[in-house]
Design a protein. Sequence first.
Length: 299
Amino acid sequence: MRVAVTGASGFVGGHVCRAAAARGWEVLAFGRRPHADLGGVPYTSWDLVHGEPPGERVDAVIHCAGSVTDWGPPAEIWQANVAGTRNAVAAFPGARFVHVSTASVYDPFRPTVMATESEAPVRRYANAYGAAKASAEHAVRGDAVILRPHAIYGSGDTTLLPRLLRSVRAGRLLAVGSGATRLSLTSVDNLVRACLLATTGPPGVYNVTDSEPVTLDSALRAVLRERNIDAEPVYLAQGLAMRMAALAETAAAITGRPPRLTRYAVGHLAAERTLDITRARRDLGYDPTPTAFEGAASW
């Protein structure tokens, strides 16, 4: 297998590159950063939006590149996630295209309860990120494999774990809603497993998560325990958290600094976000491991 990986200098893309190389595949890694240490995998800096395509022939493309943020200039988010995806498809004609999407394409304004793939995309989104990722899915539908993970975590995580740790204050971890809220999480190892399976699996859309949902409280306590942080989760009512997030977003618009809390984040913590992975199990042979945070002290 000769495979190209976009977003290789990022969290998910780096893991995909190393895993594919460990299988003996020939891996061509591409990313925006000037350099990336991928354990011997050849790396090329390539701006998907503005740069010239690499002109390589490959069997498959695993497209991990994109803007992963719930706050930022909408035009940049759309360019990175839609124009970048279109350019990645065009750069590798004839290759199987594996598109790493997101569960944020599901309706953010109501709970997502063991959602099947047919329930998204929808007509309304809370921010540019969800809308842009939905549009990117439309751009590749047909012969592509589309994967929808939710809340990716693991070694090298630059988004979920850092945001969680920033919420610890004076022995308290501030969270939203109820600790009993059910969530589907996706370890980066499970997502990588799905990406590699998808290079030869049937085209279509697949939810990709850990084997079973967990409760928010159990996940938070497990992370705190593994990180040896003496803190207790404290849950804010959704209405209060939404008002706090609105104020934080207003301040961010004035100062130009990203808000510590967004309404998008509140919505994803306060309501159930669980996905049905039956299709991935059946059609891709996806066999994920349970949610686990062993080793989180070194993430």
